[in-house]
Design a protein around this ligand. Structure first.
Ligand SMILES: [Zn+2]
Length: 143
């Protein structure tokens, strides 16, 4: 039933990274929960089931919401959060330290032509295509 739901939801407008993550997490929990049930861990099963329900409710609440800016904000925060995770095992962190002066020297700033968001890219990459994380507009630039 969940698989049909996913097929229905994927690729639709209003579906963002956070929502995909929510539904995938719910599916994984549902799968793991089969084992808790099989092994008779009913208390764990009930807790996981509840978490799964909350994830699905959140998914639908976000999916059906008409407050797009608020949802966009949530998704941006989520992407920043996961971006931090990825950065922790990235070489960029060691090369470009947290020193703000050093940081600004190693980055070039662009303004999105569509939504005027400030975008930061690492310097010295030559001609690149920049995709705005907010509105997904692509434009070319030189870093
Ligand atoms: Zn933009």
């Amino acid at each position: 039933m969940l698989q049909k739901l996913m097929q229905f939801m994927f690729g639709r407008r209003g579906n963002d990274e956070l929502n995909i993550c929510l539904i995938v997490a719910a599916l994984i929990l549902g799968f793991v929960n089969i084992f808790f049930r099989v092994f008779g861990l009913y208390l764990v099963y009930r807790v996981v089931y509840l978490v799964q329900l909350i994830l699905i409710v959140m998914f639908f609440a976000r999916f059906l919401s008409k407050n797009i800016p608020a949802r966009q904000k949530e998704n941006d925060a989520f992407l920043r959060f996961t971006g931090k995770f990825k950065k922790s095992n990235n070489d960029y962190n060691t090369v470009y330290s947290n020193d703000p002066v050093k940081k600004s020297k190693n980055y070039k700033y662009f303004k999105c032509p569509n939504c005027s968001a400030k975008l930061r890219v690492p310097k010295g990459k030559g001609k690149i295509t920049i995709t705005c994380p907010k509105c997904r507009t692509s434009f070319k630039g030189r870093s």
